[in-house]
Design a protein around this ligand. Structure first.
Ligand code: FAD
Length: 439
């Protein structure tokens, strides 16, 4: 089927199902990367978009790519890397799609310089809830283009994206700088971002006295390479090594086998023997998400709440305050740190008054993956949400959200959101972002 035929068929499905006036939801081929909100009842009419999984064109001369929204970063990197190119931002989990990365704000270790995946995009094709096919870019309908980012599928279905590519080399040379003092570590990290002397900059905080800046540059040759796809665990290697070489595609998905460190929660899955025997069926983000879904019914009975799995964006100047609070009151490690510059300034979907409170567009993404949340007296997810708000930060909406309508409106630019919504989904078939993401 050509892209045009797929679009026609999806637009037709939307029109027919929309006529019933029931809420619509999309079903992709790959697994979703949002933590299910226990208690939320889905009663949506399903629109299957699994056929949108093709790379349409790679223009190696102008370094751009045009692809359908359901292409996973794993498949994308395989294709572009064979031509010596890679996306500017490659989220670490193999099954994240390019449409999902825009809708849900994906970032990575080049984000300190180039922003999130959305910032490397040039144009989107979307289908509205009226079944209309629209195109937008920074020049054509920039409000729609900017608001699609971070809208979690509530404004329109993204069907095709055009984005920039970056010249690649076959290996990544990693350098790990270790610190035991937060202030020295943080100063060093900010200095690396300012000097831009490495292509990739992120960090892992292993404990209150153990900070590792992970710095990478692509190189043409490697004296050896390490592999973190099965037996070896990437995040642990940063504690024991000062230097490493990883094949470029494996570097991008270095956290995938353990889904960062969520595999820690599975008995013995950090031992070599278990990984040897069960790794192929248990490890890898897609396997782990599928297992989590299958076992969700059992977990619901044994757990008060799901673990805290969330990325929070903290203004860089306030990050030391965040850290002191986190080390004392949250105290869950490893904590993944990704410096992130929003190249055009704070995104338009953030309420201007909240953006003013943040006061800058250079932020630190702190990714908390797997903090147990079973204390009947403290809901750590709610506590994190409150702290991020206080600091003028933004919490991604990928897991449990607790905002009142008033608080949500303080953070999100609902005036602009509603204006676009009127155009793309006047009957609210995709649900508002508040209805879909907050319970
Ligand atoms: C355990 C975990 C680890 C993560 N690790 C990382 C990481 O390392 N780096 C990173 O950058 N991010 C990470 N994320 C966040 C991730 O990037 C976002 O959740 C992203 O939106 C997932 O994309 P997806 O393709 O899986 O989309 P889904 O999870 O299926 O959907 C996410 C949202 O986007 C919407 N959506 C999806 N496709 C479309 C489309 N074509 N058009 C319109 N709306 C659409 C969906 O409706 C949904 O609201 C992680 C999330 C989790 C839960």
């Amino acid at each position: 089927m050509t892209h045009e035929e797929k679009i026609k068929s999806i637009a037709e499905q939307i029109k027919v199902k929309a006529a019933a006036g029931k809420p619509l939801a999309f079903v992709k081929k790959s697994v979703p990367h949002v933590v299910p909100n226990s208690g939320r009842v889905e009663v949506n009419e399903k629109i299957y978009i699994g056929d949108l999984d093709q790379v349409i064109k790679i223009d190696a001369i102008n370094k751009t790519c045009t692809a359908e929204s359901g292409v996973t970063f794993y498949d994308l990197v395989k294709k572009t890397l064979s031509l010596g190119l890679v996306p500017f931002v490659v989220p670490e989990l193999k099954g994240i799609t390019i449409g999902g990365a825009v809708s849900g704000c994906s970032i990575e270790a080049m984000s300190y310089k180039y922003g999130g995946f959305h910032d490397s995009c040039l144009a989107y094709e979307v289908i509205s809830a009226n079944g209309e096919v629209l195109t937008c870019s920074r020049e054509k309908d920039p409000e729609l283009f900017n608001m699609i980012h971070g809208s979690y599928g509530t404004l329109a279905l993204v069907t095709k994206l055009k984005f920039k590519l970056y010249p690649a080399k076959p290996f990544v040379k990693m350098t790990y700088k270790k610190f035991s003092d937060f202030d020295i570590f943080y100063k060093y990290l900010l200095e690396r971002c300012e000097r831009a002397d490495y292509e990739f900059v992120d960090a892992i905080i292993h404990g209150t006295n153990s900070f590792v800046a992970c710095l990478g540059n692509m190189v043409d040759t490697a004296p050896y390479t390490s592999n973190y796809e099965w037996i070896n665990i990437f995040y642990k290697s940063t504690l024991t090594r000062d230097e490493d070489y990883i094949k470029t595609d494996q570097y991008f998905f270095r956290y995938d086998a353990d889904c960062h460190w969520l595999a820690k929660a599975l008995p013995l899955m950090e031992t070599k023997l278990s990984r040897l025997f069960f790794g192929k069926i248990v490890l890898g983000s897609t396997n782990m998400i599928k297992w989590a879904k299958r076992l969700a019914g059992i977990f619901r009975k044994t757990k008060l709440r799901t673990e805290v799995v969330v990325d929070v964006f903290i203004p860089s100047k306030k990050f030391p305050d965040f850290w002191r609070w986190y080390a004392r009151d949250f105290n869950f490690f490893p904590l993944w740190i990704v410096p992130y510059k929003m190249p055009q300034g704070m995104y338009p979907w953030v309420n201007p008054s909240h953006a003013k409170k943040a006061g800058e567009n250079f932020i630190i993404d702190a990714a908390i993956y797997g903090k147990p949340n079973n204390d009947p007296k403290i809901d750590y997810s709610e506590m994190m949400e409150q702290k991020v708000y206080e600091l003028g930060g933004v919490k991604t909406l990928i897991s449990r959200n607790h905002y009142t309508k008033e608080r949500f409106a303080e953070i999100y630019n609902l005036e602009l959101y509603n204006r676009i919504k009127q155009k793309t989904d006047p009957r609210n078939l995709f649900g508002t972002i508040y209805e879909r993401m907050v319970r």
